[in-house]
Design a protein around this ligand. Structure first.
Ligand code: PZK
Length: 331
């Protein structure tokens, strides 16, 4: 089976493994948006916890990173000013650095008809016109360190992500080599790790090999880049899609929302490692009696501001550039 028929076959499976309906996801009842969620001129295509997608034309979408933040899988009630711009700026940085076929068309929105001045102003620095692709319904996760769901599988006797791991590893250990550990969107709202053979059955061997090779290659290059800045890229998740017969990297790439970034000097194998961006807000949430089911508590202003500072620091540190300059260039 060639790659395109493989995708066709996946799209037509009855079990909706690639279903992008996010309505089942746990979200806070009063989750806000940082710009009109409805952009009257454009058809709304998809909502994520923190991203929105609109239709530009039959071949293009408008991909928007909002200032929403989630913690413990719940969207918080407060926006983090500029968070969406930090994430968009990081995606753009890596699209440029990696120079691998991707969905980015333009950050210039002047070709998108019907946006008001206010909408244009709000979207500056956070929106990109992208090529519409047929999304491959597998999350391409690459792990260089043992953490998160993979650590829990390992500790509890093994699972899909630990098939190829040696015994004796500790929490947060660096792996002998990066591993490709795909996942699918499960109906619970959590990604579900799947084995190599499950993934091969879904995608076919050719597409499996292609996605593994591209994902691991991108991880290696990005983690070398991050290491030079004193940052560990512990793991990351990519999405790919086909535009015609071209396999494109889509979605956000190498952002703190899609990746686990650690300050290198805080990494101690055997211990929990604080994440760059969300640790601050999680630590505050942990001082409350919140049980992680909606609604979440309101964040005090100083926690909002401190969280923004962490995101801006992450941008500056990971890109080696200045977020203030990014904002100035975005207008
Ligand atoms: C696409 N998602 C995930 C869901 C989000 C993102 N270039 C593309 N072509 C077609 N579809 C998508 C993309 C991209 N990127 C990505 N869903 C569809 C998703 C909800 C909100 F921002």
């Amino acid at each position: 089976m060639d790659l395109l028929s493989a995708i066709d076959a996946i799209e037509h499976r009855g079990d909706r493994i690639g279903d992008k309906d996010l309505s089942h996801r746990p979200v806070g009842a009063t989750a806000p948006t940082s710009y009109p969620a409805r952009v009257p001129a454009l058809e709304h295509v998809a909502s994520g916890k923190v991203r929105e997608i609109y239709e530009v034309d039959s071949e293009h979408l408008l991909f928007v990173a909002t200032d929403r933040i989630s913690a413990y899988d719940v969207i918080l009630n407060q926006l983090i000013p500029d968070k969406g711009k930090v994430l968009a700026g990081l995606s753009l940085h890596f699209f440029d650095l990696l120079d691998t076929p991707n969905h980015l068309v333009s950050t210039d929105l002047s070709g998108v008809d019907g946006l008001s001045e206010d909408e244009l102003d709000d979207m500056k620095g956070r929106a990109m016109v992208v090529r519409r692709a047929q999304v491959i319904p597998v999350e391409c996760v690459v792990r260089g360190y043992l953490y998160g769901s993979s650590w829990r599988e390992y500790r509890d006797g093994g699972g899909p992500t630990t098939e190829h791991l040696p015994p004796g590893l500790k929490l947060a250990d660096r792996l002998p080599e990066p591993i490709f550990t795909p996942a699918t969107k499960a109906t619970t709202g959590h990604d579900e790790n799947i084995t190599e053979s499950e993934t091969r059955n879904l995608l076919g061997d050719d597409l499996y090999e292609e996605l593994r090779k591209r994902s691991v290659d991108i991880y290696l290059r990005a983690s070398e880049h991050a290491a030079k800045k004193g940052v560990i890229l512990a793991d990351t998740k990519f999405e790919f899609g086909f535009a015609g017969d071209e396999l494109l990297l889509i979605d956000e790439v190498l952002t703190p929302d899609s990746s686990r970034y650690w300050p290198a000097d805080e990494w101690v194998p055997g211990r929990d490692v604080p994440s760059f961006d969300k640790q601050y807000v999680r630590e505050w949430l942990d001082t409350t009696d919140w049980d992680h089911s909606p609604p979440p508590p309101d964040l005090p202003d100083d926690i909002v501001e401190g969280t923004r500072t962490r995101y801006v620091e992450a941008y500056d540190r990971i890109t080696g550039a200045s977020f203030a300059d990014y904002l100035a260039r975005a207008g």
